[in-house]
Design a protein around this ligand. Structure first.
Ligand SMILES: [Zn+2]
Length: 315
């Protein structure tokens, strides 16, 4: 019997990455390029097809690529396979990417929100493997979130579940791109850390600058990370009370500043969560780095093999 392999695609605003991944998580080949900027959906799809062909050439002969799964920074209408709400990839707004990929690559396609894919990847091969109920929060330029319930991504009726970055932690707080105010994203993202440091009078260009300053004993920088940890902790404390998870996984670039904020996060959880779920929930760092999304997408392909094949027949 031929080895089953999934093509997994991580479609970002900056880079497009592809990998051919086996049922055991083995990565057989990879390809990547910059995302064509300011371009039409056709150029982006052409680039995906080119990278997919590169990946396909390098898989073992006794294998069969049965599907492509894409992790995309979008809300996904699962029924129609249409993408919406892509501020970082506006060219794909309203595009029926699932059917387009199926037609161009001649294999079934499946779409997964990128944060949900990262949560699923960590649950498959990373920090939360073997754990039934977990929350994954990605602290990057923005703040993304994914929920794993009973070992499955929880997507919600409209595919919008898990928007943990937009949990409000300060009712009259900083206005957010989502239209709300005081969302976690406005306090715990890399963007927010730079903004808060500048508000404190620091001359910084990145969250790494703030981290370095804090490590060198800069009091203002230290305060920024405490503030960040406090707001993040307030949000996580509520999530723990709502979901009683076994684990909360923190990933993304900002999670590298772990030692500067995790103490404050733990303090807020201790104050605000019920004792039993707070004791239960382990707060840990993600393990898969940039590969979480691509591995989670592959996991989706394997988990939905039958459904995926059915869609492709209809196309
Ligand atoms: Zn928001």
């Amino acid at each position: 019997m031929k080895k089953k392999i999934a093509l997994a695609l991580d479609l970002g605003g900056t880079n497009i990455r592809l990998a051919a991944i086996g049922e055991d998580g083995n990565v057989y080949s990879r390809s990547r390029s910059a995302t064509p900027t300011g371009s039409s959906s056709i150029e982006i799809v052409d680039q995906i097809v080119k990278l997919a062909d590169e990946c396909r050439r390098e898989v073992p002969e006794d294998s069969e690529i049965f599907a492509i799964a894409a992790a995309v920074p979008a809300t996904i209408n699962e029924e129609a396979g249409i993408l919406t709400k892509l501020p970082n990839l506006p060219a794909l707004e309203g595009v029926q990417l699932r059917d387009i990929l199926t037609q161009r690559l001649h294999i079934p396609a499946i779409l997964e929100n990128d944060a949900n894919a990262a949560a699923y990847g960590e649950n498959w091969l990373g920090a939360s493997r073997g754990v039934d109920d977990s929350i994954c929060i990605t602290l990057g330029t923005g703040v993304g979130g994914g929920l794993i319930i009973n070992g499955q991504p929880f997507r919600g009726k409209d595919g919008t579940a898990g928007e943990l970055g937009h949990v409000c932690v300060e009712p009259q707080g900083v206005p957010c791109g989502c239209g709300g105010r005081g969302c976690i994203e406005q306090y715990a993202s890399a963007t927010a850390i730079v903004r808060m440091a500048r508000e404190a009078g620091m001359d910084v260009n990145s969250s790494l600058d703030v981290y370095m300053a804090a490590s060198e004993g800069n009091v203002n920088a230290d305060r920024v990370f405490r503030k960040m940890g406090s707001y993040l902790g307030i949000g996580i404390a509520s999530l723990i009370n709502v979901l009683n998870p076994e684990m909360v996984v923190l990933g993304g670039g900002v999670s590298a500043a772990w030692d500067r904020f995790i103490g404050t996060v733990a303090d807020e959880i201790a104050i605000r969560s019920f004792r039993e779920p707070a004791t239960r929930a382990k707060i840990v760092r993600a393990e898969l780095g940039d590969d979480a999304g691509i591995l989670g997408a592959a996991r989706s392909a394997f988990a939905n093999e039958k459904k995926v094949a059915h869609h492709a027949e209809v196309v």
